[in-house]
Design a protein around this ligand. Structure first.
Ligand SMILES: Nc1nc2c(ncn2[C@@H]2O[C@H](COP(=O)(O)OP(=O)(O)OP(=O)(O)O)[C@@H](O)[C@H]2O)c(=O)[nH]1
Ligand SMILES: [Mg+2]
Length: 192
């Protein structure tokens, strides 16, 4: 069993070439800005301030590598779908991600996060298609399930059922409820 609480921040890097020494399996977390990527890392590791979170979108700008129990790297990526003060985060994201995916033999799994209350964006769908085309294992992770009301829950279920976004594995999570992460932890462990 992987001990997710045995977690340390290793480094931030502008591209994968500058990743930490020593090859380990990698699990990448992606999703639109503010979907809850950094919060998910803190919830999985049970550490409130391991990854920086913010209510303002566009907080994470680099690839942040976290070591989990000496077993694998969890990689927090910048969000997409948000442009601020002339900085085109989508272009930054695109370039960083291109360099991330190319020749990456360590990448075992991509967690694609979707806010329970919102529709998938074209970028979400693009990443899913990219994973499918390149045979990269991915899970859909629904975030902020603590925030959905009945109507939003019904809309979410309808979208998933209609395959707004294609998936084989879906996990329902809330960073506020650690029990909601048990299945996801098992899924991550299985993918390594
Ligand atoms: N209620 C609730 N709020 C959440 C949850 N996950 C994240 N949040 C809140 O959503 C906001 C954004 O969370 P982050 O984890 O910083 O989001 P991010 O995807 O890392 O954002 P960027 O780094 O900007 O791309 C913060 O205010 C979090 O507290 C959740 O499961 N439930
Ligand atoms: Mg973040």
């Amino acid at each position: 069993m992987i001990n997710f609480t045995n977690a340390t921040f290793i480094k931030s890097c502008p591209n994968r070439q500058e990743r930490p020494q020593g090859s380990k399996p990698e699990v990448l977390i992606v999703g639109r800005s503010n979907v809850g990527k950094s919060s998910l890392i803190n919830a999985l590791t049970n550490k409130k301030k391991l990854a920086f979170t913010s209510s303002k979108p566009g907080h994470t700008r680099l690839l942040n590598y976290f070591d989990i129990d000496n077993q694998f790297f969890l990689v927090d990526a910048p969000g997409y779908g948000y442009a601020k003060g002339g900085i085109d985060l989508d272009r930054l994201f695109g370039e960083m991600m291109e360099s991330y995916f190319v020749n990456n033999n360590e990448l075992k799994l991509v967690l694609i996060l979707l806010d329970a209350r919102r529709e998938a964006t074209p970028e979400d769908i693009e990443i899913v298609n990219y994973c499918k085309e390149n045979n990269i294992n991915y899970y859909l992770v629904i975030t902020k399930t603590d925030k959905v009301n009945q109507k939003e829950k019904a809309a979410l279920n309808k979208r998933l059922k209609e395959r707004e976004i294609p998936f084989e594995q879906v996990y329902y999570t809330s960073a506020l409820k650690s029990g909601s992460l048990d299945l996801l932890k098992k899924g991550i462990e299985k993918s390594l």
